[in-house]
Ligand binder design. Structure first.
Ligand SMILES: NC(=O)c1ccc[n+]([C@@H]2O[C@H](COP(=O)([O-])OP(=O)(O)OC[C@H]3O[C@@H](n4cnc5c(N)ncnc54)[C@H](O)[C@@H]3O)[C@@H](O)[C@H]2O)c1
Length: 365
């Protein structure tokens, strides 16, 4: 079992990473001195029952409540938050009580947001159950919900008191969900760590097949990168923006396909990273050698050409979503570009017509 301390300005907490460690949750909470009388478990319905039972039996609390959640972007909304707040209020939870989340990024974002606003904050333990949530959303304290105006537009920064990332929980995930989380691990390597990139490139199949030693190392190294970034820039004033690598393109691709099953979020991010690499090469920030390594890695995962999803007639729609990206601060579109594997530039502003021209050439290749 590995322990990664996270030290942000607002809170210090630890991430425990290992296989079958939920068995030790009672010991871990004791060691971390996290005490409570009442607990509300917010649980993704798709987490296998055997795991839910194990975790519930290991947590000692005078009163346990359960909220089973159908995790979907549609349910990541204010109405779910209201249902959770109602349980907390009806049962007179105090700020010394706890929400324990067991689920992926959607359940984590909803649980964290509820924890942050109930009586201005109660204790929050996160047990992420998808690869994406273990390497990305459970670290750094962003919480939030969607509404009709867009994704994650309402939310808060609220750090958990403890994160337990158990790789055993990943065994019930479909391969597509594993690739989704892998996209973020790969992204982290491009942002900060060429050594991690080579480790991923060499061991790709073992990692996505969840071979114990390899998946644990990939998760740990990836978490270390996100840790370093959020510790320096908790509220995303600059450095944290680097984590958006591949996301300006990726968000536009998934939105242009109406968030259909054709392309899930992680897959869109992988295509987004491919586009960011191509753009970086075009503006001459990324040299051929590293560019070839990135493209070859993505092609091993079968992410090679956007033509499968889009034709030139879709360009205006894609650009429209890029312009709407909440991270833009001027009429130009903000892109994270790659300088070399392990280093990115967060300050690239490119005009919509230029990016349209770039994508047109890519789509007609
Ligand atoms: N807060 C952040 O910093 C941050 C960062 C990245 C993404 N996010 C958010 O995270 C969300 C995506 O997270 P996600 O990819 O984990 O999606 P998710 O929570 O929807 O989980 C993916 C699917 O896996 C199922 N599932 C969860 N655990 C399972 C398990 N152990 N076995 C089988 N199935 C399981 C879920 O029910 C769901 O169908 C998005 O809403 C995104 O906005 C937040």
């Amino acid at each position: 079992m590995k322990v990664l301390p996270i030290k942000t300005k607002s809170k210090h907490y630890k991430i425990y990473i290992g296989n079958n460690i939920v068995n030790q949750i009672d010991k871990i909470t004791k060691k971390e001195n996290i005490n409570f009388e009442k607990s509300l478990f917010i649980i993704d319905r798709n987490v296998p029952n055997s795991i839910i039972k194990k975790i519930k039996s290991k947590i000692f609390s005078e009163k346990k409540f359960i909220y089973l959640f159908n995790a979907s972007e549609k349910n990541k909304n204010l109405s779910s938050i209201n249902s959770i707040l109602k349980i907390l209020l009806k049962n007179n939870f105090t700020r010394n009580d706890v929400i324990i989340c067991l689920g992926g990024g959607i359940t984590g974002d909803v649980s964290g947001f509820a924890a942050s606003i109930y009586k201005r904050g109660l204790k929050f333990i996160n047990i992420p159950s998808t690869l994406l949530s273990q390497v990305d959303s459970s670290i750094g304290g962003k919480t939030g919900i969607n509404n009709k105006f867009g994704k994650n537009l309402i939310g808060s920064f609220y750090q958990p008191d403890l994160v337990i990332s158990d790789t055993k929980l990943l065994e019930s995930l479909p391969r597509r969900e594993i690739i989704c989380g892998y996209a973020e691990i790969f992204k982290h390597s491009l942002i900060k760590d060429k050594k991690l990139f080579f480790f991923l490139d060499k061991n790709l199949e073992k990692i996505v097949k969840l071979k114990k030693k390899f998946i644990e190392k990939a998760i740990l190294e990836s978490c270390k990168i996100k840790k370093e970034i959020v510790e320096k820039d908790e509220k995303e004033s600059n450095l944290r923006k680097s984590l958006n690598l591949g996301h300006t393109f990726g968000h536009a691709y998934e939105a242009a396909l109406n968030y259909s099953k054709k392309l899930n979020h992680g897959e869109a991010v992988l295509y987004g990273i491919l586009s960011a690499a191509k753009l970086s090469k075009k503006i001459r920030s990324l040299k051929n050698n590293d560019y070839d390594l990135i493209v070859s890695h993505l092609s091993k995962l079968n992410f090679d050409n956007l033509n499968k999803f889009f034709k030139t007639k879709d360009l205006n729609r894609i650009i429209k979503f890029m312009i709407l990206d909440k991270k833009n601060i001027s009429k130009k579109i903000n892109f994270i570009t790659i300088n070399k594997i392990g280093s990115v530039n967060t300050k690239n502003q490119i005009s919509p017509p230029k990016i349209k021209q770039f994508l047109k050439i890519e789509l007609t290749k």
